[in-house]
Ligand binder design. Structure first.
Ligand code: NAD
Length: 317
């Protein structure tokens, strides 16, 4: 049973947290367990029920969150949501004191933060981007990987807060403001590319008559091995789990942002463009809430059989 952090007379800073979805719910749980007093907000108030039962305080607006916290974290779906929460009529900036701290942990792009810096330069705000990897499972276990873009002094000052949510070994200061977003988008782009490439080769191999696990184990033992083939695809092969903890609509959002980033820096990304289209096809086919690994299902549908390995088959290659 977690302690009620807001009644513990904590000397830790009060953390404002906006966005209590698949990721934010686990992250706030861990902040609370580490003793941070929390002030929370979401457009779905029911998302806060458990946090409030353990001592968190509800705020009706992002402005109220900012006014009652020492620092504010946002964990929201898209840059559009971040913009509303930060710049809206009841947004963060209305309630935040001069010199305040805002950490955006959403997978997003730097434009909103850059606009804030440009329009509010005199307020001396501390703004960091700190998106994460590790899925909702990592958010709940407090083992997220965190990529931080921002000033070194801020990263040092805020490290304990990050450590309450992430794996201390994998909390990385990756450069100045904006670089955290870029690292996260590139990691997702590569992982999504691995996913589509893996689905293709497994579907072709199985159609060509190879046993699925023999094929997978052969790839694992070969120079073409990847973390996706070795580990992540097993959720599908063993359990038919396409990871509904991360909606395909958000995966498509990430791929779109990644393509925008590539365009903005003038690098053609032909492969990524194809991967994005495959993801969009899966979203159209299975709906916005389907799991991020649903593109594999497109290939299963194509070959007319789910990719599932036989439970007892142990393959030594
Ligand atoms: P989610 O949709 O489950 O949660 C988002 C939350 O934000 C919801 O509770 C929603 O009600 C709330 N929200 C939306 N607009 C709001 C507003 N105006 N004011 C207050 N609350 C608002 O999304 P998620 O899966 O938790 O993802 C959050 C971010 O983390 C996204 O940028 C996503 O790309 C990224 N991410 C997700 C995962 C994952 O596995 N789910 C992994 C890494 C990164």
């Amino acid at each position: 049973m977690r302690e009620s952090s807001n009644t513990m007379h904590s000397t830790l800073p009060t953390v404002g947290f906006i966005g209590l979805g698949n990721m934010g719910s686990g992250m706030t749980r861990n902040l609370q367990a580490a003793g941070y007093p929390l002030v929370v907000n979401d457009i779905r108030q029911e998302a806060a029920t458990e946090l409030l039962a353990h001592g968190a305080i509800w705020a009706n607006t992002p402005a109220e969150v900012a006014a009652s916290s020492d620092l504010v974290i946002t964990m929201l779906p898209t840059p559009r949501h971040v913009d509303v929460v930060v710049n809206g009529p009841d947004g963060l900036l209305v309630g935040m004191a001069d010199g305040g701290t805002w950490i955006d942990m959403s997978t997003s792009v730097p434009e909103v933060a850059e606009g804030v810096r440009a329009r509010h330069a005199a307020r001396n705000l501390h703004i960091l981007d700190a998106p994460v990897s590790g899925m909702s499972v990592g958010a709940f276990s407090g083992m997220l990987q965190i990529f931080i873009g921002g000033e070194a002094e801020d990263v040092v000052r805020l490290r304990p807060v990050f450590e309450a949510m992430g794996d201390p070994e994998r909390i990385l200061h990756v450069g100045p403001a904006g670089t955290g977003y870029a690292v996260k988008l590139m990691i997702n782009q590569l992982w999504f590319s691995h996913l589509v490439a893996t689905a293709e080769v497994l579907a072709v191999g199985v159609r060509a008559g190879v046993n699925l696990e023999v094929l997978r184990a052969s790839i694992v033992a070969s120079p073409a091995n990847s973390n996706f083939v070795q580990n992540d695809v097993l959720a599908i092969l063993d359990y038919g789990d396409y990871d509904e903890g991360f909606a395909i609509a958000l995966a498509c959002k990430d791929l779109g942002l990644s393509m925008d980033l590539a365009r903005s820096v003038g690098v053609p990304t032909e492969l990524s463009a194809v991967v994005e289209q495959v993801f969009r096809r899966a979203k159209a086919q299975y709906g916005d809430l389907a799991g991020e690994m649903s593109p594999v299902k497109l290939y299963e549908d194509l070959i007319g059989t789910p990719l599932r390995r036989e439970p007892q088959l142990e393959v030594v290659v």
